[in-house]
Each structure stands twice: as C-alpha cells, then as structure tokens.
Design a protein around this ligand. Structure first.
Ligand code: SF4
Ligand code: SF4
Length: 337
C-alpha cells in the first residue's frame, strides 16, 4: 500500500482511509468495532464532521487511549465565530482529545480568507494548539479552485472518483503544486460505483487520500484487502472504467442529499438517480412498494426550485426527476433494464 503525504501538513498515511459519515447509521458498539478493525487492518486516517450526528462520539470511543496512533479530521459548518468555537469544543469533547489533526470548514459556498471571521478563528485555534492544520471542503469546482489559489489552506477535500472531469483532475495536480493535501470524498460517487478495485486503482494514480465511507464489515473487508495485495491500473481496469464513464457521465446525481429537504418530501437523492441505481444493483430492490411510492411522489413536484439552489452540481433537479420517473414507469410496464 502506497503512503500519501498530505502536502505541507506532513501527515503521511496509507492511501486508504476511513470516512466516518455512514457510521451514524449503525450502533455505537458496531461502529467502535468497525473502526478498531479498520485500525488493526492498517487504516490510520479517520474523517468525521460535527454535522454527522453521533459520528464524532463513536470515533472518540473507538480511539480512546490510543489518540496518538491515528489521525483524526473533523469539520464545522459554522458561519459565525461563536458557532465555530462551540463546534470545536464539542468536537474535541466528543472525540476525547485536546487536538484535531485537521479541522475543516465544511462545504463552503466561497473561499474564506484573511480578515474573514472563520479563517481568523482557524488561525487562532491553530495558535492555541487545538487544531494542527487548517483544511476546507467544497463541492463546487470554482470554489475549490479559489481555495487553492488563496494559498491559505493546508488541505482541500473535494469529491473525486473515476468519473472525475479533466478540470477535477487538474485540481488534484494544482494541490500537489501548491503543497496542499488533497482528500478525496465520494470515491464511489455516492454508491453509484461498485467495483472497489477499479476505484482504488484510479485513486492510486493520483496524490489523493480517499476516505471511503464505510458502514458494513463486508465493505471494510474490501478496502482492507488492498493492504494485502497492491492494486495498479491495468488495461482491463482501464477498459472497465472507460465503459462505466460512457454509461454514467453527463447529468447525473451523486446522491449527496444537499438539495434536501424537498418541499413535497421527494427523496431526491435516490429518486434523481433511480435509472442508474436500478441498472447497477439487483433491480428488485428498487421495485418494491416502498420505492414505487417514493417515485410516484415526483408527480407532486411543484417546481419551487429550492432544491436547485442547493445542488452543488447545479443539476436541473425537477427535470432529472421527471426523466427518472418516466424511465421507471416504463420499467414497471415491462421495459428491460
Ligand atoms: S422543485 Fe420539486 S423536487 Fe425540488 S424542492 Fe421543489 S418540489 Fe421538491
Ligand atoms: S440532486 Fe444534487 S444535491 Fe441532490 S442528491 Fe443529487 S447531486 Fe446531491
């Protein structure tokens, strides 16, 4: 397993890290067990966030008494000084630590710079030793480019998978040039990509640290397997990736859920990508009464447009939903998937 150094932070860890968003959905015991297994299997970097409900608490319990053996990053969505400090104190308390290796401004709408309260708070927190490095996460490419150009941040976290555009790839290269760490979120594009070997082989081509979102033992086994056998890009994997890119590129929903809640309660993050999911998973799972009811809610869309203002990928969500519903109805009527 190749090691990655996150730019000028100097943090050097195996290129195979743990994203602690999905552990919100499992019990504390199972989450602690899962993360300890991840550690025993070789993972050393764990990424969480104040916004992931009880994730920080679970990470804190998993590594109590062995804080110096792992790197922990967390995030705040604060927009004021007061919230920044209360979030940081809460994160430190729940994570049972007196420092974070990286603290990130979470999903920012713009790059905060010198003189902005949030950036000044970051500097102060670093001076106080509460955080070791200043990071940031973004979903919009223009914002991410501004962040790199600012030269103010030590790491950038951004969605990155083998569906990446040339502009996304350039971002990773620019981070390397700027001596910034690049942390890759959504390496499976929100569950759309299912071939872990292809995802890992792609990641190994770049100076990027993937934080795989892990919830199940079986998922963890797949990622830990790469500590046992090195994966490199082969012609076969390249061909697989190229086929998948042809099938998936264009206007597609990554399932992130930032657009929600919907005014009329449509489960946008699943319904707007039903056409892909139904073709990539056993389709029966998506044809249950529950999903049929969820899909039919699309007919209630009032075109209020609120979801569009929140989607980091600027998707035309109401139309995307309608296209997915049309396809779904045809599948229900017997169209082959
Ligand atoms: S435009 Fe439609 S899908 Fe989007 S929030 Fe409004 S009702 Fe929901
Ligand atoms: S429509 Fe946009 S914001 Fe909503 S889940 Fe899909 S990618 Fe995310």
């Amino acid at each position: 397993m190749r090691n990655i150094t996150l730019g000028r932070t100097g943090i050097t860890v195996p290129q195979n890290a743990f994203g602690a968003l999905p552990i919100q959905r499992i019990s504390t015991n199972d989450a602690v067990k899962l993360m300890r297994r991840a550690y025993d299997g070789g993972m050393r970097f764990f990424d969480t966030a104040r916004a992931y409900s009880d994730s920080e608490e679970k990470v804190g319990l998993a590594f109590e008494g062995m804080r110096d053996k792992v790197y922990i990053s967390s995030k705040t969505q604060a927009t004021t000084k007061e919230k920044f400090w209360s979030d940081l104190e809460t994160s430190l308390k729940l994570l049972k630590t007196d420092y974070l290796d990286i603290y990130q401004l979470h999903c920012v709408a713009r790059c905060y710079g010198e003189g902005d309260d949030l950036y000044e708070c970051m500097k102060e927190a670093k001076a106080q030793g509460k955080i070791r490095h200043i990071g940031i996460t973004a979903h919009k490419i223009g914002v991410a480019e501004d962040i790199i150009a600012s030269g103010l941040y030590e790491t950038l976290q951004f969605p990155f998978s083998y569906l990446a555009s040339d502009r996304d790839i350039k971002l990773v290269e620019s981070c390397a040039k700027a001596n910034m760490g690049f942390i890759a979120m959504k390496g499976l594009s929100g569950g759309l990509l299912t071939n872990s070997e292809a995802c890992m082989a792609f990641m190994c081509e770049y100076d990027a640290l993937p934080i795989w979102g892990i919830q199940r033992e079986s998922e963890l086994d797949e990622w830990l397997g790469f500590f046992e056998r090195d994966i490199t890009m082969t012609d076969e994997i390249k061909a697989f990736i190229n086929n998948d890119r042809k099938e998936l590129l264009g206007e597609f929903c990554r399932g992130c859920g930032y657009c929600m809640p919907c005014t009329v309660d449509i489960t946008i993050n699943q319904c707007a990508r039903m056409s892909q999911m139904i073709r990539r998973a056993p389709s029966e799972n998506w044809l249950t009464e529950h999903w049929q009811n969820e899909m039919m809610k699309i007919e209630n869309c009032v075109d209020c447009g609120i979801c569009k203002t929140r989607c980091p990928y600027e998707l035309d969500i109401p139309n995307l939903l309608k296209k997915n519903l049309q396809d779904y109805k045809e599948i229900l009527a017997g169209k082959e998937v």
